[in-house]
Design a protein around this ligand. Structure first.
Ligand SMILES: Nc1ncnc2c1ncn2[C@@H]1O[C@H](COP(=O)(O)OP(=O)(O)OP(=O)(O)O)[C@@H](O)[C@H]1O
Length: 227
């Protein structure tokens, strides 16, 4: 397999839900993403974007096909190795951000770094810089419940970037944001992609933002095609 940041080959996934007719969500999907490349994943609701992102981020396994991250084939690897790879190399921004409710915005960005071996000082400095980059310095001490949906979304983005992942997978990362804030998060993201060699796959319904990424792919009837 290649040295692509993400290399998906022949990925298929279906759900049968105990019914005779299985739903073929993904059919032989191939996708390679290079370091420093942002790929927009566009598709209607229910087309399989989350399923594809979960498989790419090692949160789910395909029925067939291979997944490699940073040139390492993760197919058939133990849960321990998959978890270690996910923690070291992959950042995830979920559609529903899953922040830890009992911790502040800043702590939500600090904790994954401590879990990954950073010192408290390094983790605090990186969290402060990330929160500043998305305009949240004044909200750093707030718990998620005291933040708006869009602010929570931005904290989730900072948390995904906390351990400087090689691969960022994002499910509608600007979905809850007003146009100006969406622009700011998008600019931060593209700067990280082009300046640090981050590879990103970003599922979005926003066709205008999709058109500004390096490449667009579309899921249609389970097949992935270039736009
Ligand atoms: N665990 C599951 N069991 C059964 N069916 C599932 C499961 N997860 C997803 N599906 C089905 O697979 C299809 C794709 O779901 P998925 O969540 O990947 O779509 P999506 O493109 O991310 O949608 P949205 O944009 O609405 O979030 C849907 O028809 C969904 O009902």
């Amino acid at each position: 397999m290649s040295d692509a940041a993400l290399d998906l080959r022949g990925i298929s996934k279906s759900y049968n839900n105990g019914l005779p007719n299985a739903v073929h969500v993904l059919r032989e999907v191939d996708l390679q993403v290079a370091p420093g490349e942002a790929v927009a994943l566009v598709a209607p609701s229910g087309a399989g974007k989350s399923t594809l992102l979960h498989i790419a981020g090692l949160l789910d396994t395909p029925d067939a096909g291979r997944v490699a991250i940073g040139g390492q084939d993760m197919t058939g690897q133990s849960d321990r190795r998959r978890t270690a790879m996910r923690r070291e190399a992959v950042g995830f921004v979920y559609q529903f951000h899953h922040l830890l409710p009992e911790f502040s915005a800043e702590e939500n960005v600090v904790l994954p770094q401590l879990a990954n071996g950073a010192s408290r000082k390094e983790a605090d400095a990186r969290a402060a810089a990330l929160l500043a980059s998305v305009g949240l310095t004044s909200r750093a001490d707030h718990r998620p419940a005291a933040l708006s949906g869009g602010e929570q979304q931005r904290v989730a983005f900072c948390r995904a970037m906390a351990n400087a992942p090689k691969l960022l997978l994002a499910d509608e990362p600007t979905g809850n944001l007003d146009p100006e804030t969406s622009e700011r998060v998008f600019d931060t993201l593209m700067r990280l992609v082009h300046e640090t060699g981050l590879a990103a796959v970003i599922a979005t319904h926003n066709l205008e933002l999709a058109a500004r990424m390096d490449r667009q792919v579309r899921l249609d009837q389970g097949r992935l095609c270039a736009v």
